[in-house]
Design a binder for this molecule. Structure first.
Ligand code: XMP
Ligand code: MG
Length: 169
């Protein structure tokens, strides 16, 4: 496997993102992590955001053991979470086709939040920046399958500190 983005680059970019988010978003934000892929990004990012935000998690899965989107997104959102009237920041690991995010947005919209913004560590090249008006992101990458820093292939490689290109794809 080849390193695409090093631990240093990731951590440096997260500090910048934290400053940007703290400036642009309301202080009373609800931070929603999308499991499992965002768990390390979430933990590092939330400690750079000022204010006293609440945190919640949603579980999403679409890939199974393949490296292309299955198109079926399975979402688990606890009915104990209240999004109504709240300013929400969704924290994702990667936006590829956008299917996962679209399903999450549709489900959260139904609960009448005050606003929804998105922060994804990675976006794959596409029309995401035009499509999602309140999108923050760390790095835009080519159409490669990447692992490490939370991202997996068949549940492996999540604990690596850098982001790698999975060469077999
Ligand atoms: P979609 O296509 O719905 O994909 O935007 C988003 C979800 O799919 C996973 N994903 C990846 N996981 N390396 C991974 O480990 C990748 O290159 C990759 N591309 C997509 C990820 O869980 C994301 O939330
Ligand atoms: Mg994910």
């Amino acid at each position: 496997m080849r390193v695409l983005i090093s631990e240093n680059e990731i951590q440096k970019r997260i500090q910048e993102l934290g400053r940007e988010l703290s400036e642009k978003l309301p202080a009373d934000i609800l931070l929603v992590g999308i499991l499992k892929g965002s768990f390390l990004f979430f933990a590092d990012l939330v400690r750079t955001i000022s204010g006293n935000p609440e945190i919640q998690f949603i579980q999403a899965s679409s890939y199974g053991s393949a490296t292309v989107s299955s198109g079926n997104v399975d979402l688990q959102i606890s009915n104990k979470i209240s999004f109504s009237g709240k300013h929400i920041l969704i924290i994702e690991d990667i936006i590829d086709t956008g299917l996962t995010l679209d399903k999450i947005l549709a489900d959260i919209q139904k609960t009448s939040p005050a606003s929804i913004s998105i922060c994804s560590l990675l976006i794959k090249k596409g029309d995401h920046k035009e499509k999602y008006p309140s999108l923050f992101y760390g790095f835009e990458i080519e159409d490669l399958f990447v692992v490490g820093y939370g991202l997996d292939y068949n549940e492996k490689y999540r604990t690596l500190r850098d982001i790698f290109i999975l060469e077999s794809t």
